[in-house]
Design a protein around this ligand. Structure first.
Ligand SMILES: [Mg+2]
Length: 229
């Protein structure tokens, strides 16, 4: 019996990389407009290189890249980059198809919902509220709530404790096999891999279920819950 579904956010509910790419693209255009002389594709590449090295949530990304490139920060260019980024980010926060329908169907079925994200607390809430999802989730666990990232058992333990649900009565939905699937499975939860959000070229997820569309989870839960105990 599934009593709770736990969702990851980035690349599971929200098309995070689409937002990131669009925001970086706009930031570089704005920096070039403010006087940056590095060619666009080269600058975009440099930024993503730092993201992959320092973490995709890095908040000082443009300072770092400018410093690395020029040995100093031109604040006119920095300000242009930050503003360009922020403006594009707002406009490109998008859900994958059928996310809202899926959450509504799960809500109606009486199965409870929570979120576990490795992103910082404010970033997570900005996304949840920005996407209008804040009425669906009973509890949200962010990196700041446990100080540990998935696949550590801590965030999984925290969210299930808040919901009062046993691991075996829950299913974790996430795109990152190494973190979401591995971590949840090790903690005794059932797992569904958000295959549609696969940004890592993962071939084998190790999950109990694989989702081509997030709405697949509705039928999976229904099937599990219809099975006689
Ligand atoms: Mg994710």
């Amino acid at each position: 019996m599934i009593k709770a579904v736990i969702f990851d956010i980035d690349n599971t509910l929200m098309d995070f990389m689409r937002m990131k790419r669009a925001a970086v693209d706009a930031a570089v255009d704005a920096m070039i407009d403010a006087g940056l002389t590095v060619p666009k594709t080269e600058m975009v590449e440099k930024i993503f290189k730092v993201y992959w090295a320092e973490g995709i949530e890095d908040q000082n990304i443009f300072d770092k890249v400018l410093m690395k490139e020029f040995g100093k920060v031109d604040y006119k260019i920095l300000a242009a980059g930050v503003l360009g980024y922020k403006r594009a980010k707002e406009g490109h926060m998008t859900l994958y198809p059928h996310v809202r329908l899926t959450l509504t169907d799960i809500l109606k079925s009486g199965v409870r919902m929570g979120v576990v994200s490795d992103a910082p607390r404010l970033s997570v809430w900005m996304r949840i509220v920005g996407l209008g999802l804040h009425h669906y989730f009973e509890h949200v666990v962010t990196f700041d709530d446990t100080g540990e990232k998935k696949p550590s058992p801590k965030p999984f333990k925290k969210i299930l404790g808040l919901l009062g649900v046993e691991p075996g009565e829950s299913i974790m939905v996430g795109d990152w096999a190494e973190r979401d699937v591995k971590g949840a499975k090790a903690f005794g939860m059932q797992t569904a891999w958000a295959k549609y959000g696969n940004e890592f070229d993962t071939k084998v997820s190790g999950a109990d279920y694989e989702l081509d569309d997030i709405h697949d989870i509705v039928a999976i839960i229904r099937r599990i819950n219809e099975k006689p105990a």
